[in-house]
Design a protein around this ligand. Structure first.
Ligand code: COA
Length: 271
């Protein structure tokens, strides 16, 4: 699938996007899709070298790229990153909140700080970016895209911290869709399943193993970051202009089978 065979290559021309955690993984796949469709792109992350490599890749599409070192737990750094993007490209039309942290841990071994760290990155980070982008999105009548996860509405063992954080993201998404609809701001979430080549999948995959994961996916394969990017592009585009408050799974049907295979395999690996 080549996105430009399906969507016009200038779909997001003059409609800048900002992606938190956009230097790698699913978030880079999303940034790449928007760049392919004509968007100027701002990304933030914690590591300069990761951002530089992503900027080179995104720049090859021929549109603007702005990078900023910003941890989503730092509201001031995020505000500076978003302001810097607007100074270069004008106010953003889409904010993708994708920065996340994950590790596998038994709940009884999880310290309060371990639990809080994931909630801070995922949920507080999503709120911090949203808050920092609000004025720009109000100006453009833009849209918010949150990256949720299967763990938000299915119980996964050893993922209590992640499930809590991602469920919070879904709730925030619905609240803001309601509250900011009057500004013309739409708010939706994508819940990716197992996506190949990502840090998250590496962490979950190396504990549970590929066989367990693939047994949970009716389509029988891992997803690709571009497939999440395609859904993000659709939700941010005029094709979805009456869609708000929606949570769309991009998981090959994993949500239909539950987490049992993962739980058993991971329990074996952890004990
Ligand atoms: N099991 C249990 N607790 C863990 C853990 C693990 N595998 N990894 C980290 N923690 C705990 C730490 O012990 C610490 O708690 P403590 O102070 O009570 O000991 C707390 O989590 C914070 O850890 P720290 O390493 O200081 O946090 P950080 O901010 O440097 O890193 C993480 C954040 C932990 C999420 C780290 O894994 C990370 O940077 N991840 C980013 C990439 C990622 O996860 N990508 C996948 C997204 S799906």
């Amino acid at each position: 699938m080549k996105i430009t065979d399906l969507f016009p290559s200038d779909l997001f021309a003059g409609r800048p996007v900002f992606v938190t955690g956009g230097g790698s993984g699913i978030n880079l796949g999303i940034a790449r899709t928007f760049a392919a469709l004509g968007a100027d792109v701002g990304i933030c992350g914690r590591r300069t070298e990761v951002l530089a490599a992503a900027a080179e890749e995104l720049g090859a599409f021929g549109h603007g790229v702005h990078t900023a070192v910003a941890d989503v737990r730092d509201p001031e750094a995020l505000q500076a990153a978003l302001d810097g993007t607007a100074e270069k490209f004008g106010p953003i039309a889409t904010l993708v909140c994708g920065a996340a942290g994950n590790f596998i841990a038994r709940a009884e071994n999880l310290s309060p700080n371990g639990f809080r760290t994931v909630v801070d990155i995922d949920l507080m980070g999503t709120f911090n970016a949203t808050r920092a982008a609000f004025a720009q999105l109000k100006q453009t009548r833009g849209s918010l895209l949150y990256i949720s996860a299967s763990q938000a509405d299915q119980a996964f063992a050893f993922q209590a911290h992640v499930g809590a954080a991602k469920a919070g993201i879904d709730a925030l998404m619905r609240n803001l869709a309601l509250e900011w609809g009057s500004y013309g701001i739409r708010c939706n979430a994508i819940a990716p399943g197992p996506i190949e080549g990502t840090e998250g999948m590496k962490r979950l995959g190396e504990v549970a193993g590929e066989d367990a994961w693939l047994s949970m996916v009716p389509l029988g394969r891992y997803g690709r970051t571009e497939e999440v990017g395609a859904m993000a592009a659709f939700l941010a585009s005029p094709l979805a202009e009456y869609v708000t408050g929606a949570r769309i799974t991009v998981d090959g049907g994993q949500n239909l089978t539950g987490s049992t295979a993962f739980n058993a395999a991971a329990a074996g690996a952890l004990s």
